[in-house]
Design a protein around this ligand. Structure first.
Ligand SMILES: [Zn+2]
Length: 173
C-alpha cells in the first residue's frame, strides 16, 4: 500500500485493530487515487470508524463536513481518498463517525460515497461522470442540488437541517 502503510496502520490499530479493509490505488480511468475494498461487506456493516485528525472552519478537497460549521481532516487519512459516486456503496455517518456499507460490496469494488450527503458547499466542485442513471452531474455540495434529487438518499443531519422543510421528506439515517 506504499507510503501510507506505517503511519496509517498505527492510527488504525489504536482505533480498531488490524489493517484498513481497503487499499489505495490509482483509478483505472482517472488515474487519481481511489479506495478498493479488500473484503466483502453486507448492507449496514461498518467498514471503519473515523475521527478528526484536525477540524477546520472551511472546507477543502480533503475535509468532510460534520456540522454546519465544522470540517474535519479524516483519520485514518486514506479514507479521504474515497471518491464520489451518485450511486455509492458507502455512507459516512458523521454523527456516529462510522463508514457504513449502503450497498453490498465485494472484494475489489471501489468504495464511494455521495459527497453532497455531507458537503453543503464544496471547495472544489466537479462534473461527475459516474454513469449512474441517478447521476446528478455537477457535484458542488447539497446547496447546489435540486432537493428532489436528494430525496431518498442518506444525508448527514446538518445537511437535512440546512435544506430545511422545503426539501420535503429526506431520509436521515
Ligand atoms: Zn454521478
Amino acid at each position: 500500500m506504499g507510503m501510507l502503510d506505517s503511519t496509517e496502520s498505527r492510527s488504525w490499530v489504536q482505533g480498531q485493530g488490524g489493517a484498513p479493509p481497503w487499499e489505495v490505488l490509482p483509478h483505472p480511468r482517472s488515474g487519481q487515487q481511489c479506495l478498493r475494498s479488500r473484503r466483502p461487506f453486507v448492507v449496514g456493516e461498518i467498514l471503519a470508524r473515523f475521527s478528526a485528525a484536525a477540524t477546520e472552519d472551511r472546507p477543502s478537497r480533503m475535509t468532510v463536513q460534520v456540522s454546519e460549521h465544522a470540517h474535519i481532516a479524516l483519520a485514518p487519512p486514506s479514507l479521504s481518498f474515497m471518491n464520489h459516486a451518485c450511486e455509492p456503496n458507502v455512507h459516512l455517518d458523521v454523527e456516529h463517525r462510522v463508514a457504513v456499507a449502503i450497498a453490498s460490496i465485494v472484494a475489489g469494488d471501489e468504495l464511494t460515497f455521495f459527497y453532497p450527503s455531507t458537503e453543503w458547499m464544496m471547495a472544489s466542485p466537479f462534473d461527475c461522470h459516474c454513469g449512474s442513471p441517478r447521476c446528478i452531474g455537477w457535484i458542488a455540495g447539497a446547496s447546489q442540488v435540486p432537493p428532489s434529487l436528494l430525496r431518498g438518499r442518506p444525508l448527514a443531519p446538518h445537511i437535512a437541517r440546512l435544506l430545511g422543510p422545503a426539501a420535503g421528506r429526506v431520509h436521515v439515517p
